[in-house]
Design a protein around this ligand. Structure first.
Ligand code: HEM
Length: 448
């Protein structure tokens, strides 16, 4: 079967924003609109997914846990979302391939399900990114973030997206992944161009796709030259070569039949940047909005940031993100007819070819899996957190990614006077309504 055109993963899914309480009655309004014009009904739904996602999902979980529209099927309960994300043989990532593979010139682990390539490369890259690196990553992040914040303090302002979050991500890419790019803006542009096509081009705009192909080709050319240079450095003196992921890969010896060709190695290095920068910076913006928008939370987070032990602070971060995840939906293609939630009152036959949206943002508010979901609690068990996905495609970089998010935010909230500013200065500006580009906060003493 043909995967649906618009499977871009996490589909326009960083649909942003507040999830404010709404009027309810979404299903009735959707169905009334669908009776007249299905396109209008979809536009209505897309709008609610941006602005009213919490009450919309609450209603769907209660009354229509699996909602089939003419374009996609949206799955809202925790058990069903995890069923979709765990059943790679039914709900595949095939839809990512048309976007991501041509940008990088070959298959990527996120575009293949359980193939030898996927297993071998994910396994190898997991070895390259061990949890033991977390203290080093946190140290690097602390150094970079503190330098940015020191420089911003005299101005009483910090623009957190470009100057802090993306800056930190670029430094981590350079100094930890070994992939600095020719300069920070270029690295940032590559990430944005490719990920816009993969995750925010539901309509299949050819201009967005072309920009991704061109950025991807530039990036891969750059990486080929970098690899040649780095290989010489490792051959000259492995101990003195930079101790980063790229050098680790070059120092790794596998049996010949299992070894990776250079091009495969580079696709995986590119994947480190692509999996990372947009998700990390977007998630950090959402956490800051949550924390600074709730005075009692801001106080608790400021106190936790001051502690040497980072555990309490980190728990605040993940719980704050639950109230507004940057990634709200994860897309899959249903490869063959499947009965979802079999044996429950809402079991639903999902036909082959459907684009299925697993609403992780909804699942994390499902009271059958997440007790008292509307309460801000710091004792949530790890398995109920879906920020890094679930199942065979769960995030490769969850440990370093979590370390970057938590330590950057910890450094920010250790500073006195971090606060929201009134619009227009304090407004979050987003590219295509999805990717944050600017967000200026007040810093230091408030002017009288
Ligand atoms: C060092 C940082 C990161 C790296 C290197 C990285 C890399 C990756 C890669 C390669 C995959 C695909 C795995 C596969 O196909 O098996 C992936 C998946 C994923 N990542 Fe990350 N990532 C990072 C940070 C993050 C962050 C900060 C978030 C969000 C807070 C995130 C959320 C996800 C999610 C939700 C998936 C699953 C996608 C799906 O199932 O379709 N990642 N990541």
């Amino acid at each position: 079967m043909n995967p649906p055109e618009q499977t871009s993963a996490q589909v326009d899914a960083q649909l942003s924003t507040s999830g404010r309480a709404g009027a309810g009655g979404y299903l009735d309004r959707y169905e009334a609109a669908a009776g007249k014009d299905p396109a209008d009904a979809l536009a209505l739904l897309a709008g609610w997914l941006r602005t009213d996602w919490r009450p919309l999902f609450a209603e769907l979980r209660a009354h229509r846990p699996v909602l089939a529209t003419p374009v996609f099927t949206i799955v809202t309960r925790f058990a069903d979302v995890t069923e979709v994300l765990s059943r790679g043989e039914v709900f595949t990532v095939a839809g990512y391939a048309a976007r991501l593979d041509p940008a990088l010139g070959g298959p990527v682990m996120l575009t293949r399900d359980g193939t030898p390539l996927n297993r071998r490369e994910k396994g190898l890259m997991q070895v390259m990114l061990p949890p033991e690196d977390v203290p080093r990553v946190r140290g690097l992040v602390a150094e970079v973030a503190d330098a940015v914040l020191d420089a911003a303090l005299p101005h009483g302002r910090v623009e957190v997206v470009g100057d802090l979050f993306r800056h930190v991500c670029a430094e981590v890419s350079g100094r930890y992944f070994g992939f600095p790019g020719p300069d920070r803006p270029t690295l940032s542009r590559w990430s944005r161009a490719v990920m816009t096509d993969v995750t925010a081009n539901l309509a299949g705009d050819p201009g967005i796709h072309a920009a991704s192909l061109s950025a991807g080709a530039e990036m891969m050319d750059y990486l080929r030259a970098l690899l040649a240079e780095r290989r010489m450095a490792v051959a000259a003196d492995a101990a003195r070569a930079p101790q980063d992921i790229l050098s680790r890969l070059l120092r790794t010896r596998l049996p010949r039949e299992l070894s990776l060709e250079d091009e495969r190695l580079l696709v995986n290095v590119a994947g480190l940047l692509l999996g990372f920068m947009e998700n990390a910076s977007g998630s950090m913006v959402h956490v800051v909005q949550q924390v600074l928008g709730r005075p009692e939370l801001r106080e608790a987070v400021t106190e936790a940031a001051a502690e040497d032990d980072t555990a309490a602070f980190d728990r605040h971060v993940w719980e704050a993100l639950r109230f507004d995840p940057f990634l709200k939906l994860i897309a899959r293609t249903c490869e063959r007819d499947h009965v979802l939630a079999r044996g429950t009152p809402h079991e639903t036959r999902v036909p082959a070819g459907s684009l299925v949206l697993a609403a992780v943002a909804s699942a994390m508010f499902d009271e059958t899996a997440v007790p008292a979901p509307d309460a801000f609690r710091l004792d949530r068990p790890l398995h109920t957190s879906l920020h890094f996905g679930h199942g065979p495609h769960a995030c490769l970089g969850a440990d370093p990614g979590a370390a970057v998010i938590c330590e950057t935010l910890r450094r920010l909230f250790r500073r006195p006077g971090v606060r929201l500013l009134p619009p227009p200065e304090g407004t979050v500006l987003r590219d295509r309504g999805v990717f944050p580009d600017r967000f200026t906060l007040g810093l230091g003493q408030e002017e009288e």
